[in-house]
Design a protein around this ligand. Structure first.
Ligand SMILES: Cc1cc2nc3c(=O)[nH]c(=O)nc-3n(C[C@H](O)[C@H](O)[C@H](O)COP(=O)(O)OP(=O)(O)OC[C@H]3O[C@@H](n4cnc5c(N)ncnc54)[C@H](O)[C@@H]3O)c2cc1C
Length: 527
Protein backbone atom coordinates (compact mmCIF):
# COMPACT_ATOMS: atom_id res chain seq x y z
CA UNK A 1 0.00 0.00 0.00
CA UNK A 2 1.69 3.20 -1.17
CA UNK A 3 0.53 6.72 -1.80
CA UNK A 4 1.52 6.50 -5.48
CA UNK A 5 -0.59 3.34 -5.88
CA UNK A 6 -3.50 5.21 -4.24
CA UNK A 7 -3.02 8.06 -6.73
CA UNK A 8 -2.91 5.56 -9.61
CA UNK A 9 -6.32 4.24 -8.50
CA UNK A 10 -7.58 7.77 -8.05
CA UNK A 11 -6.59 8.78 -11.61
CA UNK A 12 -7.95 5.56 -13.12
CA UNK A 13 -11.49 6.43 -11.96
CA UNK A 14 -13.13 8.17 -14.90
CA UNK A 15 -16.75 8.13 -13.61
CA UNK A 16 -17.96 9.99 -10.50
CA UNK A 17 -17.11 8.00 -7.36
CA UNK A 18 -20.06 6.26 -5.74
CA UNK A 19 -18.88 7.76 -2.41
CA UNK A 20 -16.31 10.29 -1.30
CA UNK A 21 -15.54 10.06 2.41
CA UNK A 22 -14.03 13.14 4.08
CA UNK A 23 -11.92 12.25 7.15
CA UNK A 24 -9.52 9.36 7.79
CA UNK A 25 -10.27 8.46 11.42
CA UNK A 26 -12.04 5.33 12.67
CA UNK A 27 -15.42 6.55 11.40
CA UNK A 28 -14.33 7.50 7.87
CA UNK A 29 -12.11 4.47 7.30
CA UNK A 30 -14.87 2.21 8.65
CA UNK A 31 -17.25 3.74 6.08
CA UNK A 32 -14.66 3.23 3.31
CA UNK A 33 -14.37 -0.49 4.19
CA UNK A 34 -18.12 -0.93 4.36
CA UNK A 35 -18.71 0.83 1.03
CA UNK A 36 -15.86 -0.95 -0.78
CA UNK A 37 -16.88 -4.42 0.48
CA UNK A 38 -20.39 -3.83 -0.89
CA UNK A 39 -18.80 -3.18 -4.28
CA UNK A 40 -19.16 0.62 -4.38
CA UNK A 41 -16.32 2.80 -5.67
CA UNK A 42 -14.97 4.75 -2.68
CA UNK A 43 -12.46 7.59 -2.36
CA UNK A 44 -11.39 8.72 1.13
CA UNK A 45 -9.52 12.00 1.70
CA UNK A 46 -7.71 12.80 4.96
CA UNK A 47 -6.25 16.27 5.46
CA UNK A 48 -3.29 15.10 7.60
CA UNK A 49 -2.24 11.54 8.44
CA UNK A 50 -4.74 8.70 8.99
CA UNK A 51 -5.63 8.82 12.69
CA UNK A 52 -4.16 12.28 13.34
CA UNK A 53 -7.46 13.28 15.01
CA UNK A 54 -9.19 11.60 17.95
CA UNK A 55 -8.69 8.06 16.67
CA UNK A 56 -5.05 7.82 17.89
CA UNK A 57 -5.79 9.50 21.24
CA UNK A 58 -8.33 7.18 22.91
CA UNK A 59 -8.07 5.25 26.19
CA UNK A 60 -7.39 2.15 24.01
CA UNK A 61 -10.45 0.25 25.26
CA UNK A 62 -12.75 -1.90 23.16
CA UNK A 63 -15.61 -1.78 25.60
CA UNK A 64 -19.32 -1.56 26.23
CA UNK A 65 -18.80 1.34 28.63
CA UNK A 66 -19.57 0.53 32.27
CA UNK A 67 -20.45 4.17 32.84
CA UNK A 68 -23.21 4.13 30.20
CA UNK A 69 -24.74 1.15 32.03
CA UNK A 70 -24.84 3.22 35.20
CA UNK A 71 -26.59 5.94 33.17
CA UNK A 72 -29.19 3.36 32.12
CA UNK A 73 -28.20 3.37 28.42
CA UNK A 74 -28.59 -0.41 28.07
CA UNK A 75 -29.04 -0.47 24.28
CA UNK A 76 -25.79 1.48 23.72
CA UNK A 77 -23.92 -0.90 26.05
CA UNK A 78 -25.35 -4.01 24.37
CA UNK A 79 -24.49 -2.73 20.92
CA UNK A 80 -20.95 -1.88 21.97
CA UNK A 81 -20.45 -5.24 23.71
CA UNK A 82 -21.50 -7.03 20.53
CA UNK A 83 -19.09 -4.89 18.48
CA UNK A 84 -16.36 -5.63 21.03
CA UNK A 85 -16.89 -9.34 20.37
CA UNK A 86 -16.86 -8.93 16.58
CA UNK A 87 -13.68 -6.85 16.68
CA UNK A 88 -11.93 -9.44 18.85
CA UNK A 89 -12.88 -12.06 16.25
CA UNK A 90 -11.89 -9.98 13.22
CA UNK A 91 -8.64 -8.46 14.58
CA UNK A 92 -7.36 -10.90 17.24
CA UNK A 93 -3.79 -9.61 16.73
CA UNK A 94 -4.83 -6.21 18.12
CA UNK A 95 -7.62 -6.79 20.64
CA UNK A 96 -6.79 -8.50 23.91
CA UNK A 97 -8.89 -9.52 26.89
CA UNK A 98 -7.87 -7.48 29.92
CA UNK A 99 -8.87 -7.84 33.58
CA UNK A 100 -10.16 -4.63 35.20
CA UNK A 101 -10.17 -4.47 38.98
CA UNK A 102 -12.37 -2.03 40.87
CA UNK A 103 -10.62 -1.70 44.24
CA UNK A 104 -13.09 -1.37 47.15
CA UNK A 105 -12.51 0.87 50.17
CA UNK A 106 -16.13 1.09 51.43
CA UNK A 107 -18.36 -1.79 52.63
CA UNK A 108 -21.09 -1.21 50.04
CA UNK A 109 -18.79 -1.18 47.00
CA UNK A 110 -18.35 -4.97 46.62
CA UNK A 111 -22.12 -5.79 46.42
CA UNK A 112 -22.90 -2.64 44.40
CA UNK A 113 -20.21 -3.04 41.72
CA UNK A 114 -20.42 -6.84 41.95
CA UNK A 115 -24.06 -6.78 40.77
CA UNK A 116 -23.53 -4.01 38.19
CA UNK A 117 -20.58 -5.80 36.60
CA UNK A 118 -22.44 -9.15 36.53
CA UNK A 119 -25.13 -7.39 34.52
CA UNK A 120 -22.46 -5.88 32.24
CA UNK A 121 -21.19 -9.37 31.41
CA UNK A 122 -24.71 -10.77 31.03
CA UNK A 123 -25.52 -8.10 28.44
CA UNK A 124 -22.62 -9.33 26.30
CA UNK A 125 -24.39 -12.70 25.84
CA UNK A 126 -22.35 -14.98 23.58
CA UNK A 127 -19.81 -12.19 23.07
CA UNK A 128 -18.81 -12.24 26.77
CA UNK A 129 -15.14 -11.81 27.70
CA UNK A 130 -15.32 -13.65 31.05
CA UNK A 131 -17.31 -13.70 34.31
CA UNK A 132 -16.89 -10.87 36.78
CA UNK A 133 -16.44 -11.75 40.47
CA UNK A 134 -15.89 -10.26 43.90
CA UNK A 135 -12.29 -10.46 45.18
CA UNK A 136 -10.92 -10.79 48.69
CA UNK A 137 -8.32 -8.31 49.89
CA UNK A 138 -5.53 -10.86 49.24
CA UNK A 139 -6.74 -11.59 45.71
CA UNK A 140 -7.00 -7.88 44.96
CA UNK A 141 -3.41 -7.37 46.07
CA UNK A 142 -2.22 -10.33 44.02
CA UNK A 143 -3.88 -8.95 40.87
CA UNK A 144 -2.92 -5.32 41.58
CA UNK A 145 0.39 -5.50 43.47
CA UNK A 146 0.77 -1.70 43.49
CA UNK A 147 -2.71 -0.65 44.54
CA UNK A 148 -3.08 1.66 47.57
CA UNK A 149 -3.49 -0.67 50.59
CA UNK A 150 -4.69 1.84 53.23
CA UNK A 151 -8.35 0.91 53.94
CA UNK A 152 -8.48 -1.65 51.10
CA UNK A 153 -11.30 -4.15 51.70
CA UNK A 154 -11.19 -6.12 48.45
CA UNK A 155 -12.29 -5.57 44.86
CA UNK A 156 -14.38 -6.66 41.90
CA UNK A 157 -12.83 -7.94 38.65
CA UNK A 158 -14.47 -7.80 35.23
CA UNK A 159 -13.13 -8.27 31.71
CA UNK A 160 -13.06 -5.92 28.75
CA UNK A 161 -11.06 -5.39 25.55
CA UNK A 162 -7.92 -3.39 24.96
CA UNK A 163 -6.31 -2.42 21.65
CA UNK A 164 -3.80 -0.19 19.90
CA UNK A 165 -5.98 2.44 18.25
CA UNK A 166 -3.77 3.87 15.50
CA UNK A 167 -2.32 0.44 14.60
CA UNK A 168 -5.88 -0.82 14.14
CA UNK A 169 -6.64 2.25 12.05
CA UNK A 170 -3.67 1.62 9.72
CA UNK A 171 -4.79 -2.01 9.39
CA UNK A 172 -8.30 -0.76 8.54
CA UNK A 173 -6.86 1.52 5.84
CA UNK A 174 -5.05 -1.52 4.42
CA UNK A 175 -8.29 -3.54 4.55
CA UNK A 176 -10.18 -0.82 2.65
CA UNK A 177 -7.34 -0.67 0.11
CA UNK A 178 -7.46 -4.46 -0.36
CA UNK A 179 -11.21 -4.16 -0.97
CA UNK A 180 -10.61 -1.68 -3.80
CA UNK A 181 -10.99 1.75 -2.15
CA UNK A 182 -8.57 4.64 -2.78
CA UNK A 183 -7.50 6.42 0.43
CA UNK A 184 -5.20 9.43 0.39
CA UNK A 185 -3.59 10.98 3.43
CA UNK A 186 -2.46 14.63 3.27
CA UNK A 187 -5.32 15.69 0.97
CA UNK A 188 -7.63 18.30 2.45
CA UNK A 189 -11.20 18.90 1.34
CA UNK A 190 -11.51 22.68 1.01
CA UNK A 191 -15.02 23.02 -0.44
CA UNK A 192 -17.80 21.40 -2.44
CA UNK A 193 -19.21 21.46 -5.96
CA UNK A 194 -23.00 21.56 -6.42
CA UNK A 195 -25.46 20.62 -9.15
CA UNK A 196 -28.11 22.90 -10.68
CA UNK A 197 -30.46 22.24 -7.74
CA UNK A 198 -27.83 23.14 -5.18
CA UNK A 199 -27.00 19.60 -3.99
CA UNK A 200 -23.38 18.66 -3.37
CA UNK A 201 -21.98 16.49 -6.17
CA UNK A 202 -18.24 16.60 -5.52
CA UNK A 203 -15.37 18.17 -3.60
CA UNK A 204 -12.57 20.66 -4.12
CA UNK A 205 -9.41 19.20 -2.61
CA UNK A 206 -5.79 20.19 -2.10
CA UNK A 207 -2.78 17.87 -1.82
CA UNK A 208 -0.98 19.24 1.25
CA UNK A 209 2.38 17.77 0.10
CA UNK A 210 2.47 19.16 -3.45
CA UNK A 211 -0.03 22.04 -3.23
CA UNK A 212 -1.90 20.59 -6.25
CA UNK A 213 -5.62 21.35 -6.29
CA UNK A 214 -8.32 19.29 -7.93
CA UNK A 215 -12.06 18.75 -8.15
CA UNK A 216 -13.57 15.27 -7.86
CA UNK A 217 -17.17 14.22 -8.57
CA UNK A 218 -19.21 11.84 -6.40
CA UNK A 219 -22.75 10.48 -6.17
CA UNK A 220 -22.68 11.10 -2.42
CA UNK A 221 -20.21 12.83 -0.06
CA UNK A 222 -19.87 11.60 3.54
CA UNK A 223 -18.61 13.94 6.23
CA UNK A 224 -16.73 11.85 8.82
CA UNK A 225 -14.54 14.56 10.27
CA UNK A 226 -15.12 13.98 14.01
CA UNK A 227 -14.39 17.15 15.98
CA UNK A 228 -14.30 19.10 12.67
CA UNK A 229 -17.80 18.03 11.62
CA UNK A 230 -19.30 21.52 11.88
CA UNK A 231 -16.51 23.19 9.88
CA UNK A 232 -17.10 20.82 6.98
CA UNK A 233 -20.90 21.09 7.28
CA UNK A 234 -20.69 24.86 7.06
CA UNK A 235 -18.42 24.63 4.00
CA UNK A 236 -21.30 22.83 2.29
CA UNK A 237 -24.00 25.12 3.68
CA UNK A 238 -23.13 28.33 5.53
CA UNK A 239 -26.55 28.42 7.27
CA UNK A 240 -26.20 25.19 9.34
CA UNK A 241 -26.52 25.26 13.16
CA UNK A 242 -23.60 23.66 15.01
CA UNK A 243 -24.20 20.12 16.27
CA UNK A 244 -20.87 19.24 17.97
CA UNK A 245 -19.89 20.13 21.53
CA UNK A 246 -16.14 19.39 21.59
CA UNK A 247 -14.83 17.98 24.86
CA UNK A 248 -11.18 17.29 25.58
CA UNK A 249 -9.79 14.25 27.39
CA UNK A 250 -6.16 13.77 28.38
CA UNK A 251 -4.05 10.78 29.46
CA UNK A 252 -0.78 10.61 31.37
CA UNK A 253 1.70 7.82 30.61
CA UNK A 254 4.07 6.40 33.23
CA UNK A 255 6.58 3.62 33.50
CA UNK A 256 4.95 0.15 33.66
CA UNK A 257 6.13 -0.34 37.25
CA UNK A 258 3.47 2.06 38.57
CA UNK A 259 0.81 -0.58 37.99
CA UNK A 260 2.80 -3.83 37.81
CA UNK A 261 1.04 -7.03 36.76
CA UNK A 262 -1.32 -7.58 33.84
CA UNK A 263 -4.52 -6.02 35.17
CA UNK A 264 -6.02 -2.55 34.93
CA UNK A 265 -7.54 -0.39 37.67
CA UNK A 266 -10.99 1.05 37.11
CA UNK A 267 -12.17 3.87 39.37
CA UNK A 268 -15.93 4.18 38.81
CA UNK A 269 -16.40 7.52 40.58
CA UNK A 270 -13.75 10.23 40.67
CA UNK A 271 -14.26 13.42 42.70
CA UNK A 272 -15.92 15.02 39.64
CA UNK A 273 -18.18 12.01 39.06
CA UNK A 274 -16.31 10.44 36.13
CA UNK A 275 -14.54 7.14 35.45
CA UNK A 276 -10.75 6.85 35.61
CA UNK A 277 -8.65 4.00 34.25
CA UNK A 278 -5.04 3.02 34.87
CA UNK A 279 -4.17 0.41 32.26
CA UNK A 280 -1.07 -1.52 31.25
CA UNK A 281 -0.25 -0.72 27.61
CA UNK A 282 2.89 -1.60 25.63
CA UNK A 283 4.87 -2.05 28.88
CA UNK A 284 3.73 1.33 30.26
CA UNK A 285 0.88 2.57 32.49
CA UNK A 286 -1.71 4.84 30.84
CA UNK A 287 -3.96 6.85 33.19
CA UNK A 288 -6.99 8.83 32.09
CA UNK A 289 -9.17 10.51 31.24
CA UNK A 290 -10.72 13.93 31.74
CA UNK A 291 -13.78 15.47 30.06
CA UNK A 292 -13.32 19.22 29.66
CA UNK A 293 -15.57 21.26 27.34
CA UNK A 294 -13.49 23.37 24.92
CA UNK A 295 -14.61 26.17 22.62
CA UNK A 296 -13.06 24.87 19.43
CA UNK A 297 -11.37 21.75 18.03
CA UNK A 298 -7.74 21.83 16.88
CA UNK A 299 -5.66 19.12 15.25
CA UNK A 300 -3.07 19.08 18.04
CA UNK A 301 -4.97 19.78 21.28
CA UNK A 302 -2.85 20.79 24.28
CA UNK A 303 -3.39 19.32 27.77
CA UNK A 304 -4.49 21.85 30.41
CA UNK A 305 -2.69 22.26 33.71
CA UNK A 306 -5.86 21.50 35.73
CA UNK A 307 -6.36 18.25 33.81
CA UNK A 308 -2.81 17.12 34.58
CA UNK A 309 -3.21 17.92 38.27
CA UNK A 310 -6.58 16.18 38.46
CA UNK A 311 -5.21 12.93 37.02
CA UNK A 312 -2.09 13.02 39.22
CA UNK A 313 -4.19 13.59 42.35
CA UNK A 314 -6.80 10.96 41.53
CA UNK A 315 -4.17 8.36 40.57
CA UNK A 316 -2.39 9.02 43.88
CA UNK A 317 -5.50 7.88 45.76
CA UNK A 318 -5.33 4.42 44.18
CA UNK A 319 -1.64 3.73 43.50
CA UNK A 320 0.76 2.81 46.30
CA UNK A 321 3.56 4.74 44.59
CA UNK A 322 2.24 8.29 44.08
CA UNK A 323 3.03 9.55 40.58
CA UNK A 324 4.44 13.06 40.19
CA UNK A 325 4.93 15.36 37.21
CA UNK A 326 8.51 14.15 36.96
CA UNK A 327 7.25 10.58 36.36
CA UNK A 328 5.13 11.54 33.34
CA UNK A 329 6.74 10.08 30.19
CA UNK A 330 4.07 11.39 27.85
CA UNK A 331 0.81 13.33 28.01
CA UNK A 332 -1.68 13.31 25.16
CA UNK A 333 -5.01 15.02 24.55
CA UNK A 334 -7.91 14.05 22.30
CA UNK A 335 -11.24 15.65 21.44
CA UNK A 336 -14.59 13.85 21.74
CA UNK A 337 -16.96 14.83 18.96
CA UNK A 338 -20.01 14.73 21.24
CA UNK A 339 -23.35 15.44 19.63
CA UNK A 340 -25.22 18.32 21.22
CA UNK A 341 -28.72 17.58 22.47
CA UNK A 342 -31.15 20.31 23.38
CA UNK A 343 -30.81 21.49 27.00
CA UNK A 344 -27.91 19.15 27.79
CA UNK A 345 -25.94 20.51 30.75
CA UNK A 346 -22.45 19.07 31.27
CA UNK A 347 -20.59 17.16 28.56
CA UNK A 348 -21.09 13.97 30.60
CA UNK A 349 -24.79 14.25 29.65
CA UNK A 350 -24.18 14.68 25.92
CA UNK A 351 -24.91 11.85 23.53
CA UNK A 352 -22.31 9.09 23.22
CA UNK A 353 -24.52 7.46 20.56
CA UNK A 354 -23.72 8.07 16.93
CA UNK A 355 -25.74 10.41 14.79
CA UNK A 356 -26.28 10.35 11.03
CA UNK A 357 -27.73 13.42 9.33
CA UNK A 358 -28.71 13.96 5.75
CA UNK A 359 -27.96 17.67 5.39
CA UNK A 360 -29.99 20.07 3.25
CA UNK A 361 -26.89 20.38 1.05
CA UNK A 362 -27.12 16.63 0.33
CA UNK A 363 -23.97 15.58 2.22
CA UNK A 364 -24.27 12.81 4.81
CA UNK A 365 -22.77 13.63 8.22
CA UNK A 366 -21.80 10.86 10.63
CA UNK A 367 -20.38 11.65 14.06
CA UNK A 368 -20.37 10.72 17.73
CA UNK A 369 -20.23 7.07 18.78
CA UNK A 370 -17.08 5.32 19.93
CA UNK A 371 -14.05 3.61 18.43
CA UNK A 372 -15.57 0.29 19.57
CA UNK A 373 -18.70 0.83 17.46
CA UNK A 374 -17.00 2.10 14.28
CA UNK A 375 -18.15 -0.95 12.23
CA UNK A 376 -21.79 -0.62 13.21
CA UNK A 377 -21.69 3.15 12.60
CA UNK A 378 -20.28 2.51 9.12
CA UNK A 379 -23.01 -0.02 8.34
CA UNK A 380 -25.75 2.47 9.30
CA UNK A 381 -24.08 5.27 7.38
CA UNK A 382 -23.57 3.32 4.14
CA UNK A 383 -27.18 2.06 4.28
CA UNK A 384 -28.39 5.67 4.31
CA UNK A 385 -25.83 7.05 1.86
CA UNK A 386 -26.49 4.28 -0.68
CA UNK A 387 -30.24 4.95 -0.57
CA UNK A 388 -29.69 8.69 -0.94
CA UNK A 389 -27.33 8.22 -3.91
CA UNK A 390 -29.64 5.58 -5.48
CA UNK A 391 -26.84 3.03 -5.56
CA UNK A 392 -27.76 -0.60 -6.19
CA UNK A 393 -28.86 -2.17 -2.90
CA UNK A 394 -26.16 -4.40 -1.37
CA UNK A 395 -25.95 -6.11 2.03
CA UNK A 396 -23.32 -5.15 4.59
CA UNK A 397 -20.65 -7.87 4.83
CA UNK A 398 -18.28 -6.56 7.51
CA UNK A 399 -19.58 -8.59 10.51
CA UNK A 400 -17.11 -11.37 9.85
CA UNK A 401 -14.54 -9.63 7.66
CA UNK A 402 -10.96 -10.30 8.74
CA UNK A 403 -9.00 -7.12 9.22
CA UNK A 404 -5.57 -6.80 7.60
CA UNK A 405 -2.95 -8.40 9.86
CA UNK A 406 -5.44 -11.00 11.15
CA UNK A 407 -3.50 -13.70 13.02
CA UNK A 408 -4.96 -16.06 15.61
CA UNK A 409 -1.77 -16.41 17.67
CA UNK A 410 0.35 -13.33 17.05
CA UNK A 411 1.93 -13.50 20.54
CA UNK A 412 4.52 -15.72 18.93
CA UNK A 413 5.93 -12.61 17.19
CA UNK A 414 7.00 -11.08 20.53
CA UNK A 415 7.59 -7.32 20.21
CA UNK A 416 6.07 -7.43 16.70
CA UNK A 417 2.80 -9.07 17.81
CA UNK A 418 0.69 -6.01 16.94
CA UNK A 419 1.68 -6.44 13.26
CA UNK A 420 -0.03 -9.86 13.16
CA UNK A 421 0.47 -11.53 9.78
CA UNK A 422 2.81 -8.71 8.66
CA UNK A 423 5.34 -9.58 11.39
CA UNK A 424 7.29 -12.18 9.35
CA UNK A 425 7.87 -9.61 6.57
CA UNK A 426 9.32 -7.17 9.14
CA UNK A 427 11.52 -9.93 10.52
CA UNK A 428 12.70 -10.57 6.95
CA UNK A 429 13.71 -6.88 6.64
CA UNK A 430 15.87 -7.34 9.75
CA UNK A 431 17.48 -10.44 8.29
CA UNK A 432 18.30 -8.59 5.05
CA UNK A 433 19.85 -5.62 6.88
CA UNK A 434 21.22 -6.17 10.39
CA UNK A 435 21.40 -2.39 11.02
CA UNK A 436 17.58 -2.40 11.18
CA UNK A 437 17.45 -4.89 14.05
CA UNK A 438 18.50 -2.95 17.16
CA UNK A 439 15.99 -0.79 19.05
CA UNK A 440 16.27 2.88 18.03
CA UNK A 441 16.20 3.90 21.71
CA UNK A 442 17.03 1.96 24.89
CA UNK A 443 13.68 2.95 26.50
CA UNK A 444 11.48 1.60 23.68
CA UNK A 445 11.37 -1.60 21.60
CA UNK A 446 10.95 0.00 18.16
CA UNK A 447 13.48 -0.88 15.44
CA UNK A 448 14.59 0.64 12.15
CA UNK A 449 12.82 -2.21 10.34
CA UNK A 450 9.45 -0.91 11.60
CA UNK A 451 10.21 2.57 10.25
CA UNK A 452 11.22 1.17 6.86
CA UNK A 453 8.07 -0.99 6.85
CA UNK A 454 5.91 2.03 7.71
CA UNK A 455 7.41 4.05 4.82
CA UNK A 456 7.20 1.23 2.27
CA UNK A 457 3.83 -0.33 3.11
CA UNK A 458 1.86 1.87 5.52
CA UNK A 459 1.97 5.30 3.87
CA UNK A 460 4.01 6.98 6.63
CA UNK A 461 5.10 10.32 5.13
CA UNK A 462 6.70 12.17 8.04
CA UNK A 463 8.73 11.61 11.19
CA UNK A 464 5.57 12.26 13.20
CA UNK A 465 3.58 9.62 11.27
CA UNK A 466 6.28 7.05 12.05
CA UNK A 467 6.75 7.95 15.73
CA UNK A 468 3.15 8.79 16.71
CA UNK A 469 0.86 6.49 14.70
CA UNK A 470 2.87 3.62 13.04
CA UNK A 471 4.95 3.03 16.16
CA UNK A 472 3.56 4.57 19.40
CA UNK A 473 6.84 6.08 20.58
CA UNK A 474 5.50 9.63 21.03
CA UNK A 475 2.55 8.38 23.09
CA UNK A 476 4.71 6.20 25.33
CA UNK A 477 7.78 8.33 25.95
CA UNK A 478 7.94 11.75 24.32
CA UNK A 479 11.57 12.51 25.17
CA UNK A 480 12.74 9.13 23.89
CA UNK A 481 10.74 9.80 20.70
CA UNK A 482 12.54 13.15 20.26
CA UNK A 483 15.89 11.43 20.72
CA UNK A 484 14.98 8.79 18.13
CA UNK A 485 13.78 11.37 15.61
CA UNK A 486 17.12 12.07 13.81
CA UNK A 487 17.67 8.39 13.03
CA UNK A 488 14.01 8.02 11.95
CA UNK A 489 14.40 11.07 9.69
CA UNK A 490 17.48 9.46 8.07
CA UNK A 491 15.62 6.22 7.40
CA UNK A 492 12.56 8.02 5.99
CA UNK A 493 14.69 10.35 3.84
CA UNK A 494 16.34 7.28 2.30
CA UNK A 495 13.04 5.44 1.74
CA UNK A 496 11.06 8.43 0.44
CA UNK A 497 14.02 9.96 -1.48
CA UNK A 498 14.12 13.29 0.35
CA UNK A 499 16.95 15.83 0.73
CA UNK A 500 18.68 17.43 3.72
CA UNK A 501 16.33 20.42 3.77
CA UNK A 502 13.36 18.04 4.15
CA UNK A 503 15.14 16.22 6.96
CA UNK A 504 15.86 19.47 8.85
CA UNK A 505 12.29 20.73 8.43
CA UNK A 506 10.91 17.38 9.56
CA UNK A 507 12.91 17.43 12.77
CA UNK A 508 11.79 20.98 13.56
CA UNK A 509 8.15 20.10 12.93
CA UNK A 510 8.35 16.95 15.00
CA UNK A 511 9.95 18.75 17.94
CA UNK A 512 7.31 21.47 17.93
CA UNK A 513 4.56 18.79 18.14
CA UNK A 514 6.39 16.51 20.61
CA UNK A 515 7.01 19.34 23.08
CA UNK A 516 3.27 19.30 23.89
CA UNK A 517 3.60 15.65 24.98
CA UNK A 518 6.14 16.50 27.69
CA UNK A 519 5.66 18.19 31.08
CA UNK A 520 8.00 20.62 32.75
CA UNK A 521 9.09 19.32 36.21
CA UNK A 522 6.92 21.88 38.04
CA UNK A 523 3.64 23.52 37.11
CA UNK A 524 5.21 26.96 36.57
CA UNK A 525 6.29 26.19 32.98
CA UNK A 526 3.86 25.68 30.13
CA UNK A 527 2.62 22.13 29.75
C1 LIG B 1 -9.97 11.06 25.44
C2 LIG B 1 -10.78 10.10 24.64
C3 LIG B 1 -10.78 8.75 25.00
C4 LIG B 1 -11.53 7.84 24.26
N1 LIG B 1 -11.45 6.52 24.58
C5 LIG B 1 -12.16 5.61 23.88
C6 LIG B 1 -12.03 4.23 24.18
O1 LIG B 1 -11.24 3.83 25.02
N2 LIG B 1 -12.78 3.36 23.45
C7 LIG B 1 -13.66 3.77 22.49
O2 LIG B 1 -14.34 2.93 21.92
N3 LIG B 1 -13.76 5.09 22.14
C8 LIG B 1 -13.02 6.00 22.81
N4 LIG B 1 -13.09 7.33 22.47
C9 LIG B 1 -13.92 7.73 21.33
C10 LIG B 1 -13.21 7.49 19.99
O3 LIG B 1 -11.84 7.75 20.08
C11 LIG B 1 -13.85 8.39 18.92
O4 LIG B 1 -15.24 8.14 18.91
C12 LIG B 1 -13.32 8.11 17.52
O5 LIG B 1 -11.92 8.07 17.49
C13 LIG B 1 -13.81 9.21 16.58
O6 LIG B 1 -13.30 8.95 15.30
P1 LIG B 1 -13.65 9.89 14.08
O7 LIG B 1 -13.14 9.22 12.86
O8 LIG B 1 -15.09 10.23 14.12
O9 LIG B 1 -12.86 11.25 14.36
P2 LIG B 1 -11.31 11.55 14.14
O10 LIG B 1 -10.46 10.42 14.53
O11 LIG B 1 -11.02 12.86 14.79
O12 LIG B 1 -11.18 11.69 12.58
C14 LIG B 1 -11.63 12.81 11.85
C15 LIG B 1 -10.61 13.09 10.77
O13 LIG B 1 -11.13 14.05 9.85
C16 LIG B 1 -10.03 14.76 9.33
N5 LIG B 1 -10.51 15.99 8.69
C17 LIG B 1 -11.07 17.06 9.29
N6 LIG B 1 -11.36 18.01 8.37
C18 LIG B 1 -10.98 17.52 7.16
C19 LIG B 1 -11.02 18.04 5.83
N7 LIG B 1 -11.52 19.26 5.56
N8 LIG B 1 -10.53 17.27 4.83
C20 LIG B 1 -10.04 16.02 5.07
N9 LIG B 1 -9.97 15.50 6.31
C21 LIG B 1 -10.44 16.23 7.36
C22 LIG B 1 -9.17 15.01 10.57
O14 LIG B 1 -7.84 15.34 10.23
C23 LIG B 1 -9.31 13.70 11.32
O15 LIG B 1 -8.23 12.79 11.08
C24 LIG B 1 -12.32 8.26 23.17
C25 LIG B 1 -12.31 9.62 22.82
C26 LIG B 1 -11.53 10.52 23.54
C27 LIG B 1 -11.50 11.94 23.14
Amino acid sequence: MTRSEMYRRFRAQTQPWDMIVVGGGATGVGVAIDGATRGYSVLLLEQHDFGKGTSSRSTKLVHGGVRYLEQGNVSLVMEALKERGLLAQNAPHLVRNLGFVVPNYEWWEAPFYGIGLKLYNLLAGKYGFGDSRILSQEETLRLLPNVETGGLRGGVIYFDGQFDDSRLLINLVETAFEQGAALLNYVRVAGFTKDAEGFVNGVHARDMETGNEFTVAAKVVINATGPFTDTVRSQADASVQTMIAPSQGIHLVFDGSFLAGDNAVMVPHTSDGRVLFAIPWHGHTVVGTTDTPIPEATLEPVPMEEEVEFILQTASLYLARKPTRGDVLSVFAGIRPLVRMKDAGSTAALSRDHTIRIENSGIVTICGGKWTTYRHMAEDCVNQAATLARLPEKECVTHHLNIHGFHASSDRFGALRAYGSDAPAIEALMQEDASLTAPLHPALPYTGAEIVWAARHEMARTVEDALARRTRALFLNARAAMEMAPRVADLLARELVRDDAWRTAQLEEFHSVARNYTLTPDASGAV
